[in-house]
Write a protein that binds this ligand. Structure first.
Ligand SMILES: [Ca+2]
Length: 492
């Protein structure tokens, strides 16, 4: 009898233990479930929309006095506008390689247009893909080789800068990519406006005579006509931004997506793209994410394209090693916790194959911008401005009118001179001279600034293992195209 009682007691105890264990398992499962859903919420989608060859301060949000951009204005009112965002090299391919890899041109290997990054580097698709992201690109890709940038191709947008106006873009594939199950998305939509040829949009909305040309643009009738076509493409680009954001909204992801808009580098007009001037390397950057990124605010934080990928990693709570990137995360700026980031932004220009060798290096601290022209005894020539090839749409003819009008227009002559014949060193106060028309280099009043920026530029060039003029050669470009990069930190 006693043994039966003992047996029953044991059985009850075992039952209780079992019950408690089951409760514990259930609680653990619930807890894991809750953590998993929290972790999922911590991985936002990312949508990067890029313009192409759009000078940042031709946009109204940066003081542009001509272009109409209602969609970008609305995005700016909903997000955070960066007043001091830069890229290292004001040409399509190198700046994209920097953005997607988080590495400066010398580090990722793409320091010339139409070249290639190192075949062993990792980029956005690798780092985010390893963390469960679907990483896609629609439109212009223009980075090489494929193994360094294994984006999923998303249809619907022209991938060629030379846009065919008879083939409209369509948003079905973008929508499908955003809506698809299977992890968060990171999607780049790289538009090809307002890159030449300027064939999209309604140029009649910008009558040449009513345009207020920026002070670094030569005032000739042909330039005014071209500028009107460029402005029409900016407005067309803006309408695409609006449609892409509407598509995001329609998928229900407007709230859990970090949206970044950037203008890429400056326009084809002389003194912007292909130069390290402020209208070349200074880019528009707007970030939006409801309840995370402050809305309707601006920041002076100094940031650079190499910072964007580590920023996305931090915004998604993904761990990474500091030495994976040259850039550093500015997530604290995005979250409204800080208004400061870098002390300096750095720039490079190699002119081959866009024209004869003309290496430029530069550095900025937000207010002052120091530019070093390494072979300034040579003429600066950009072959795409000569208009000798094509039908004049891609290789525009306005530059010849600058040269022609130099005869009796001193202000145009000065711009031609500024463009083709440069001093060894240039220093500008961007706060008072954003178009960089008054070179302060050598002035006693800014001697300390020049020394500080010049010294820091030297330090950076050494870190980058940059050989200077020797890099801007056909041989170096050819080696890079073959994946046999001759210089740079990774070549050691
Ligand atoms: Ca471009």
């Amino acid at each position: 009898m006693a043994s039966i009682l003992l047996w029953l007691t044991l059985l009850r105890l075992t039952g209780e233990i079992m019950q408690q264990t089951l409760k514990l398992i259930a609680a653990t499962v619930l807890c894991i479930g809750a953590f998993a859903s929290q972790a999922l919420a911590a991985k936002p989608n990312v949508l990067i929309v890029m313009a192409d060859d759009c000078t940042h301060n031709d946009l109204p949000m940066y003081g542009g006095e001509n272009a109409k951009t209602p969609n970008l204005d609305r995005l700016a009112s909903e997000g955070l506008v960066f007043d001091r965002a830069y890229l290292a090299e004001a040409i399509c391919q190198p700046c994209r390689a920097e953005l997607y890899s988080g590495l400066y041109p010398m580090s990722n290997g793409c320091a010339w247009n139409h070249s290639a990054s190192r075949p062993d580097i990792q980029s956005m698709p690798h780092y985010l893909g390893a963390e469960g992201y679907r990483v896609g690109i629609a439109g212009k890709v223009h980075v090489q080789p494929k193994q360094s940038f294994p984006f999923e191709a998303v249809d619907g947008f022209d991938d060629n800068c030379v846009r065919d106006p008879t083939k409209p873009h369509q948003l079905n594939s973008v929508k499908e990519f955003m809506s698809r199950d299977g992890g968060p998305f990171c999607l780049v939509v790289a538009l090809v406006e307002p890159h030449v040829p300027w064939v999209m949009g309604d140029a009649s909305a910008y009558p040449p005579r009513s345009i207020k040309l920026p002070p670094n643009i030569g005032d000739t009738p042909e330039t005014r006509r071209a500028f009107g076509r460029y402005l029409a493409e900016i407005t067309y680009m803006d309408s695409q931004v609006g449609q892409i954001l509407e598509t995001l909204e329609s998928t229900g992801h407007a709230e859990d997506t970090l949206v970044l808009f950037t203008s890429e580098q400056g326009s084809q007009f002389p003194g912007n793209k292909w130069t390290n001037y402020n209208t070349g390397v200074h880019t528009a950057l707007v970030a939006r994410m409801p309840n995370v990124v402050p809305s309707g605010k601006r920041t002076d934080a100094l940031v650079q394209y190499a910072d964007v990928l580590p920023t996305i990693m931090e915004m998604a709570s993904l761990s990474y090693e500091r030495d994976w990137f040259d850039g550093e995360s500015f997530a604290d700026v995005l979250k409204g916790k800080s208004d400061q980031h870098r002390e300096f932004v750095y720039g490079t220009h190699n002119n081959v194959p866009e024209g004869p060798s003309y290496p430029i290096r530069s550095i900025g601290d937000g207010q002052y911008h120091y530019i070093r022209n390494l072979t300034n005894e040579n003429l600066y020539i950009e072959k795409h401005l000569m208009g000798v090839k094509g039908d004049g749409k891609l290789n525009n003819l306005y530059w010849q009118t600058w040269v022609f009008d130099s005869f009796d227009k001193p202000e145009v002559y000065r711009l031609v001179q500024r463009y083709t014949l440069r001093p060894a060193e240039e220093l500008y106060d961007l706060e008072n001279d954003p178009y960089e028309l008054n070179n302060l280099a050598g002035s006693q009043s800014v001697a300390e600034v020049q020394q500080r920026l010049s010294g820091e530029l030297d330090r950076w060039l050494e870190l980058q293992n940059d050989p200077g003029a020797e890099q801007d050669t056909v041989e170096s470009l050819r080696a890079a195209r073959q994946g046999k990069h001759r210089f740079g930190p990774a070549a050691d």
